[in-house]
Design a binder for this molecule. Structure first.
Ligand code: GAL
Length: 342
């Protein structure tokens, strides 16, 4: 029994030795010929995360072809449990992963992951769910890849401002001088939800769109939850809703599902992410617009930063880092062309 208890500590000491040499300052002559990257996703069934995962896999193959370094990805689904994710991280460390890419379940509670990684000397690239600054500042081998939530929200609001300025009747559907909207919000603990909610509306106000909030609710990024909320709002406020502002595409699609069930086509719905189903809805006109991060850059920043720090190299110049640790992915507005130019 004693021996068993002692083992994880021992492993940590052994791996610390290995990684302190491999990640911090080894010369090119000792460059590794293979890399093992441990990736944990907060939920593999999240549409946006699933999109990013697919591109990470492609980018890792590309990196392997270009560098000649064999890359093994060990991708795990934490299924919304921080405990599960902590165990996955322990396992990655025991398996001697060279670097970890973590999409934290609870971004306020990344300290367990950081403790383990620091003890073992394994760098971590967090993504999408931003750990608090205090945690990020604990070690110089911690990085974050994501998008600037305020910028996303301003772009989301801007697409409606532009449309309203050019053709107010496509936004103020009943012509009463006020655009009545409902708001669909993501998880309350997520940095993106509050900021997106606040700044999309602020941008509409600043841009001179006369708006009135009918109601709003939390649908935790999920299509089915948003669909249920929207169905309820359509029956509570018949013929009132002109605009649906959603914190992401999946919830926007949920609202569209409810609108389709009620056979309503004119209500404008805007999302964020540019996911595969989001882009299809944009194409067929049921989604007015979305804000999309450049997913190629998002995923390659994760892979290249991870590989770079596992090899003890300086972070790649193509991905400029704010404060030496944050990569903010560029984003753009994607709008349905038919609505924009009827
Ligand atoms: C957001 C994204 C959501 C969801 C969430 C998960 O940035 O817009 O769709 O994927 O991250 O953390």
């Amino acid at each position: 029994m004693r021996k068993k208890k002692f083992l994880p500590g021992l492993l940590a000491v052994i791996t610390a030795g290995v990684f302190l040499t491999s990640c911090q300052g080894v010369g090119k002559e000792e460059r590794k010929s293979s890399l093992r990257i441990g990736i944990s996703l907060y939920r593999a069934d999240d549409t946006f995360i699933n999109n990013i995962r697919g591109i990470i896999e492609e980018k890792a193959k590309e990196y392997e072809r270009e560098s000649g370094i064999k890359v093994t990805l060990d991708i795990q689904d934490a299924k919304g449990s921080q405990n599960t994710q902590n165990s996955q991280v322990e396992r990655f460390i025991a398996l001697e992963c060279d670097v970890l890419c973590i999409n934290p379940v609870d971004r306020m509670d990344a300290s367990g992951i950081i403790d383990g990684a620091m003890t073992a000397g394994v760098p971590v690239v967090f993504f999408n769910r931003q750990p608090v600054e205090e945690d990020m500042n604990r070690w110089d081998q911690l990085y974050y890849v994501g998008v600037d939530a305020r910028e996303t929200a301003i772009l989301q609001g801007q697409m409606v401002v532009d449309l309203y300025q050019e053709q107010p009747e496509t936004v103020d559907l009943n012509g009463d001088g006020v655009v009545s909207y409902v708001m669909l919000e993501g998880e309350t603990s997520h940095q993106d939800s509050l900021i997106r909610t606040e700044w999309s509306i602020q941008t509409l106000k600043d841009g001179g769109v006369p708006i009135e909030k009918i109601t709003g609710g939390i649908a935790n990024w999920e299509r089915s939850q948003a669909s249920a909320l929207m169905e309820q709002w359509l029956s509570e406020y018949p013929d009132k809703i002109e605009l649906v502002v959603s914190n992401n595409d999946d919830m926007a699609l949920g609202a569209i599902d409810a609108l389709e069930r009620a056979q309503i086509t004119e209500v404008n719905v805007i999302g964020i992410d540019g996911t595969t189903p989001g882009l299809e809805a944009l194409e067929n006109g049921s989604l007015l617009g979305t804000v999309s991060a450049n997913k190629e850059l998002y995923a390659s920043a994760i892979v290249e930063l991870a590989a770079g720090c596992a090899l003890g190299e300086a972070p790649p110049e193509e991905y400029p880092l704010t404060d030496g640790k944050y990569y903010w992915t560029p984003q753009e507005i994607l709008i349905n062309k038919i609505k924009e130019n009827p």
